[in-house]
Design a protein around this ligand. Sequence first.
Ligand code: DC
Length: 221
Amino acid sequence: MVAIDGPAGAGKSTIAKRVAARLGFTYIDSGAMYRAVALWALRQKVDTGDMHRMEQLAMAAEIELSPGRIRLNGEDVTDAIRTPEVSGGASKVAVIPGVRRALVAKQRAMGERSSVVMEGRDIGTVVFPDADVKVFLDADPRERVRRRLEDVRAAGEEIPESALAAQMKERDQRDSTRADAPLAQAPDAAYLDSTSLTAEEVEEAILKIVRSRVTNGKDFS
Ligand code: DC
């Protein structure tokens, strides 16, 4: 079990996918689950501030993750969850304790079924506090905006850099200051600043941590 937490644009998805492939583990994007619940709420016109209805939605949501795809109630929503509207909505529904409870239960069940590399905001602190390997992946805010802008453009969209920077700042602020499971580095997590590192370098640094855990004689699964 490898837990990777950090703010938006730190490179978590890229790195978690690569590390999972190298280890032969299942990659799980926990943020995609919050996004799926937010998408459903937006479509149903449920007020994302309605805690009770949001908890019901999160419990009822059938979320299936397969390599590179996510399904919500049987529908492939892989692309639909990547809009700026859903990004903001996910961060809003993620403050609701009932939504977190429902999704954390799903995440723990996934972690029990197989060896996983899971990325998110609270994986090392709340979801899997006993994870064998915990990494807090960070990067300079300007670099994080630059990377997100690349993703947006690769998807054929355009957004002014200043608008994207403002959205990311607002989301990070909300994710790190909420009362329930805020974005935080677990005390036993390795801190990695990816600002001036390539994906290969970050991947190698994490694999080194994994190897050191294994050779310490710990049972690694
Ligand atoms: O990783 P992401 O940007 O796709 O996540 C979308 C939102 O979901 C993020 O702003 C905060 C929330 N989230 C969370 O609260 N806990 C997680 N483990 C993962 C994501």
